[in-house]
Design a protein around this ligand. Structure first.
Ligand code: ATP
Length: 316
């Protein structure tokens, strides 16, 4: 087993009556990208701020590089690159001045590397930060997180505002970090991003870690997307009654659904009674698996609310 770089033990954080984190236990290993996934308000930012000793937990402990995060925060920070969810920057400083300021705080960095990062992300460092779009401001934030070549990168929603091309560049930067044996912890609610870069994902919901799994295992969960084509229209309700079937969509002669059960059970349900012309199945992506997790965990208020995770049963 690899070295544990970051360990959270029984982490709890209350804001008054709000339980932002509930008994969170987590280990991040050297040389991995760990994706921390959860919807808005799940507790991702709170956890990261506790890791960084920006806020104190109600109970529990964080250990980073084998050191207590509260007692050794200065030593730990030297080895971390940190991108907060909302990076406060001076609007009147240019990107270059901003990075110089961060570099000085860190006791100097390799400026050639900073220029290289700026080139890769196509970041204009000559403009005032206050005049930049949010995506371009995010680039400045990313450069400051990467620029000291940290052993551990902790990033809160790093791709927010980046266009797809820049997201790809960012992902290849992450892969290089990992190839060098360094470690990345990133929070996201964008599964496609995590799917591409992370080895393991932790899913947080209402402050609780509901699952930690390798992306590979996640994807190999038996949920499949199934498309059935019939000679004549078939009612979606026929499928909604089959155990393991979710999200039935009916389009003329076609039925599309998610299924986590034995394929022969599904086929027997239909083939005997309806004229099946064609069937295609494919592995569900992480998004569908993720939604399935959340649906199972859905609270009564969400089941009646407009949360996209709460759609059950048939859509026609
Ligand atoms: P998002 O994706 O929206 O940033 P998140 O997963 O990062 O969400 P947090 O920001 O950690 O979630 O919030 C977790 C919970 O704690 C939420 O219910 C939030 O309203 C609450 N919370 C966060 N910060 C505070 C605070 N300073 N005071 C009171 N409640 C807070």
């Amino acid at each position: 087993m690899s070295e544990v770089v970051l360990q959270a033990e029984s982490l709890t954080k209350h804001y008054g009556d709000v339980q932002a984190l509930v008994d969170l236990n987590l280990e991040v290993y050297a040389g991995e990208v760990f994706g921390f996934l959860g919807p808005n308000g799940a507790g991702k930012t709170t956890a990261i701020r506790v890791f960084m000793d920006e806020i104190r937990p109600t109970t529990g402990r964080i250990t980073i590089f084998g050191m207590d995060a509260r007692k050794k925060s200065v030593e730990i920070r030297r080895r971390i690159g940190y991108l907060p969810g909302e990076l406060a920057l001076y609007p009147n400083l240019t990107g270059r001045d901003t990075l110089t300021y961060f570099a000085n705080l860190r006791g100097g960095v390799d400026w050639a590397y900073v220029e290289q990062l700026a080139d890769r992300l196509v970041a204009d460092l000559s403009k005032k930060v206050g005049d930049l779009s949010s995506g371009n401001r995010q680039k400045v934030g990313l450069i400051q997180a990467f620029m000291n070549k940290p052993d551990l990168l902790i990033m809160d929603e790093p791709s927010s505002g980046l266009d797809p091309l820049m997201q790809r560049e960012f992902q290849s930067m992450l892969r290089e970090i990992i190839a060098e044996g360094r470690t990345v912890f990133l929070s996201s609610h964008t599964l496609s991003e995590v799917q591409r870069v992370a080895e393991r994902v932790g899913i947080i919901r209402h402050g609780r870690l509901v699952a930690v799994e390798s992306v590979h295992d996640f994807r190999s969960k038996s949920i499949r997307r199934v498309e059935l084509e019939f000679r004549s229209p078939v009612a979606a309700s026929v499928f909604a009654a089959v155990p393991g079937v979710r999200d039935v969509l009916s389009q003329n002669h076609r039925i599309v659904l998610s299924y986590d059960g034995k394929m022969d059970v599904l086929l027997r349900t239909v083939a005997d009674r309806y004229d099946l012309v064609d069937i295609t199945t494919q592995e569900a992506d992480l998004e569908e698996v993720f939604l399935a997790y959340y649906r199972d965990e859905a609270t009564p208020d969400e089941a009646t609310g407009n949360d996209s995770t709460s759609h059950r049963g048939v859509r026609a």
